[in-house]
Design a protein around this ligand. Structure first.
Ligand code: ADP
Ligand code: ZN
Length: 767
């Protein structure tokens, strides 16, 4: 007998292996197999029976079938095939990335497992007379025995010791008499178990929520819903009520995708409070062993809901009823390395394959999803109001341009002026500290502190200063490996590259002219933190960015402190913009809205609008209301204007028009081909030859795809590799698939200068 096997190799082919004798476990499509590969062993996935090879072609035999059950069921295999086709990635590479890391190594892993000591009744003592005799002078032993008997014959030693106040010696003595035995029980390693889940408040859905819930519950298999609900409109309750129906009533399973679990412990806690231990939380900080435990619990059906980031879409659940994609617009749903799949698109495909319902939720849906909803491909559900009588915060702009006149009061600003504060929109250029905190923002923070309410401040740039410049020659310190300026960090003091993490000591002299007057420019969170500490010495300030959240539970720890009222000002990068629900936050300040708005990327404005809308949505979630101040030098930019007026529809209209000429998604489909290598010449030449190749193919075949480029990538060099790119555009997905696949299989990359090609279909950015 022969089987077809997918191996994690960069080749668009599968492999035929022979099966000698009867394997240790059943061999079916989706089973992991250990096979010989070039004198080594590799783990592959069986795809099913294969034709015997032609005479004379030698085959090797599989070595082992290590698992009793298939690692990937039929629907997940089908999903893998779709990802492989659409994103143009070899199937074996896709299937490998769908499995937990502990199952992909060549050595069959025996993950270290935590155990705990349990006591178990070994000999029943039905006769009370016998008990009296046995325990005549051992009252404590009798208590232990009878407690065990009362709770089903088994308990942890720890539990017995705690409940009865006995010493462990009592338990040992019982074991020595042969009445009980001590066994080691495997503990499932669930780090969320140590976090209290809290109690789910019994909320009655609002009429708008009710409508959405009913529509979702009535959804047909494969239906996709776009839940457009403003910030604070109660989307989480809608998800929970859907899952109650799907998991509780129908007995099916469900997946909940969140952009990044560490950033949304509150959301995860709400699900846990309702569904308790039926949930597997697939956290990025899980060890390989912990992840495997959760994965197995899902596969065995012990847990019926998987909550996690991107890769949770591959959770091995059977009988899937619903998939929720929360904050569906987030770019973290796109994997940045091969396979470069988008978890939202994979979710929709998986739901179609398994007859489940998909809900995409967001206050600021991606343009792609919005257009699909308008075209009727997705069913639109709207939650246009905040729950429980909450109002959206008033938003005002602080114009940071030198000499800017006081901003004219538009409607939002006018209501802001009526807010019980007397701050005014101010010119922010009087002193350096003022350029960072305008009078308006400074005053608003002061009043918020005085009222014992909380402030969230956003600056989407970490470090202290974003670059160091020489006053004599104008040279800017850049990373030796990337075409990126080095960011100045103060604690600990050093220059850091935010692309490759290269670090170096702070320079005393300019590297080019040896001049001594180096200046820091551009603002980072560390500097804002210092200015806040000076301006508001009594305030308790917490900073949340990549530098303060490296520990496993760092995010949750900071956010829990905010929730308990132990923080007055929470300052951070974009990681503070999402999902947080703190009713005592009445002020949100955006220190510099313009970070990233001018990036040479077609989605720069969209990302800016989403970030501003999301962070603004953190204010005024309680009865006290809230206000938002946005400091900017681009007050007329549509991303800023529409965030101020909470006008998603106006933003979409303007942004879609801006992507017509030249056409960008969602008006057209795009694939980015990135060529990289260690010399610039070879990289540019490779990109040139690829364009020639495409011209040749397009001249001979009727494929409706256009080719743009080549050009250096906006970030020309990363980690010592030069980068050039080509952009393919097409309105016809199938043509895009065909030509990209043909390119991947036929375009020859020379074996020099470490040249590589990456294919990024539907990229989230072209940087
Ligand atoms: P979103 O995710 O849409 O921004 P959340 O789901 O975080 O909003 O809900 C915002 C707040 O409203 C939460 O504190 C939540 O407990 C509360 N909430 C949601 N639904 C209701 C309801 N029907 N009645 C009262 N409060 C609600
Ligand atoms: Zn670098």
């Amino acid at each position: 007998m022969f089987v077809d096997v997918a191996l994690p190799l960069p080749l668009f082919q599968t492999f035929t292996y022979r099966v000698d004798g009867t394997p240790r476990h059943p061999l079916v499509a989706g089973s992991r197999v250990v096979v010989p590969l070039r004198n080594k062993r590799a783990i592959g996935i069986c795809l099913g029976p294969a034709e015997p090879p032609p005479d004379g072609v030698k085959t090797k035999a599989i070595v082992d079938v290590p698992d009793p059950e298939a690692a990937l069921g039929e629907p997940l295999l089908a999903l893998g095939r779709w990802i492989s086709e659409y994103y143009v990635v070899p199937l074996g590479m896709v299937l490998r990335s769908m499995l937990p890391a502990a199952l992909t190594g060549a050595a069959v892993p025996v993950p270290a497992q935590k155990t705990r000591r349990c006591a178990e009744i070994a000999r029943e003592l039905p006769s009370l007379l016998e008990r009296d005799q046995l325990f005549a002078r051992a009252k404590k032993q009798r208590e232990v025995y009878e407690l065990l008997e009362a709770i089903g014959g088994r308990a942890t030693v720890e539990h017995l010791v705690e409940q009865l106040g006995v010493t462990p010696g009592v338990i040992t003595a019982l074991a020595e008499k042969g009445i009980i035995r001590i066994v080691n029980e495997v503990v499932a390693r669930d780090p969320f178990a140590s976090r209290p889940a809290g109690v789910a408040p019994a909320l009655t859905p609002t009429p708008a929520q009710r409508q959405a819930i009913d529509a979702l519950r009535a959804g047909a298999p494969g239906d996709v819903f776009l839940l457009h609900g403003i910030t604070g409109s109660g989307k989480t309750l809608v998800y929970i009520e859907l899952l109650r129906h799907v998991v509780g009533t129908l007995g099916k399973s469900a997946i909940v995708l969140v952009p990044e679990i560490a950033l949304t412990p509150q959301t995860v806690d709400r699900f846990r409070a309702v569904f308790g231990d039926r949930i597997a939380v697939l956290h990025s900080a899980l060890s390989d062993g912990e992840r495997l435990d959760e994965w197995r619990a899902l596969q065995r059906g012990e847990k019926r809901i998987a909550v996690g980031a991107r890769s949770a879409i591959f959770a091995p659940l059977s009988d899937l009823g619903a998939i929720v994609v929360d904050e569906e617009h987030e770019s973290s749903y796109k994997q940045g390395e091969s396979p470069r799949y988008h978890a939202r698109e994979a979710a929709i495909m998986r739901a179609k394959l398994e007859g489940a319902v998909t809900v995409l939720g967001s206050a600021t849906p991606s343009l792609e999803s919005w257009v699909n909803a308008e075209a009727g491909k997705y069913l639109l559900l709207e939650l246009p109001e905040r729950t429980a009588g909450g109002r959206l915060p008033t938003v005002a702009v602080v114009d940071l341009r030198r000499g800017a006149p006081p901003e004219k009061h538009d409607t939002a600003a006018a209501s802001f002026a009526r807010h019980p504060t007397d701050t005014r929109i101010a010119d922010a250029t009087r002193s350096p500290a003022r350029a960072i905190l305008s009078d308006a923002l400074d005053g608003a923070i002061r009043q918020t502190l005085d009222r014992h309410e909380q402030t969230i401040l956003l600056l989407n740039r970490r470090g202290y200063a974003s670059f160091i410049i020489c006053d004599d020659c104008g040279d800017v310190a850049t990373c030796p490996f990337c075409s990126i300026t080095l960011t100045y960090h103060r604690a600990p003091e050093r220059l850091v590259c935010h692309y490759c993490q290269h670090q170096e000591p702070v320079r005393e002299r300019c590297a080019r002219c040896h001049g001594k007057t180096l200046h820091q420019r551009g603002l980072g969170t560390q500097q804002v933190e210092r200015i806040l500490a000076e301006r508001f010495p009594e305030a308790r300030i917490a900073r949340m960015d990549v530098d303060t959240t490296s520990g496993k539970w760092a995010h949750a720890t900071i956010l829990d402190r905010v929730g308990r009222g132990e923080v007055d000002i929470l300052l951070g990068t974009q990681m503070i913009a999402k999902g947080l629900d703190f009713p005592n936050v009445t002020l949100v300040g955006v220190v510099d809205a313009d970070v990233g708005i001018n990036l040479p990327d077609f989605r720069a404005s969209e990302r800016c609008f989403q970030l501003l809308s999301q962070v603004a949505g953190r204010a005024g979630r309680g009865p006290k209301g809230g206000q938002v101040l946005i400091q900017t030098r681009l007050p007329t930019h549509h991303a800023v204007r529409c965030a101020v007026t909470h006008d998603y529809h106006a933003f979409v209209k303007e942004e879609l028009a801006g992507r017509k000429e030249p056409a960008y998604p969602p008006n057209v489909r795009v694939t980015n081909l990135i060529f990289s290598g260690i010399t610039e010449r070879a990289t540019a030449d490779l990109a040139d030859s690829a364009v020639e190749w495409f011209r040749g193919v397009l001249a001979e075949h009727p494929v409706r795809v256009s080719v743009l480029g080549p050009a250096p990538c906006p970030v020309e060099r990363i980690k010592n590799r030069w980068r050039w790119h080509l952009v393919l555009k097409s309105a016809h997905p199938n043509d895009m698939t065909r030509i990209t696949r043909y390119f991947a299989e036929h375009f020859v990359v020379p074996n020099s200068a470490q040249l590589r090609v990456a294919i990024d279909r539907d990229p989230v950015a072209l940087l």
